[in-house]
Design a protein around this ligand. Sequence first.
Ligand SMILES: [Zn+2]
Length: 59
Amino acid sequence: MRIITHTCPACGTVVAANELEDNRVMKCPGLGCQEVLRFVDIPEGARDHFLENRNRYQI
Ligand SMILES: [Zn+2]
């Protein structure tokens, strides 16, 4: 299974797409990082793949 993640451009923290999808917008979990991460920041192809297969990404 392909893992869809988003990497914070500010600190490099990797966030799973399902976490972002739940929140749509979230503050970066990186220590001391104030970057705001958005689901729409995930490249479109990866986002589409995630949405098409979202059932398999449920924990
Ligand atoms: Zn960050």
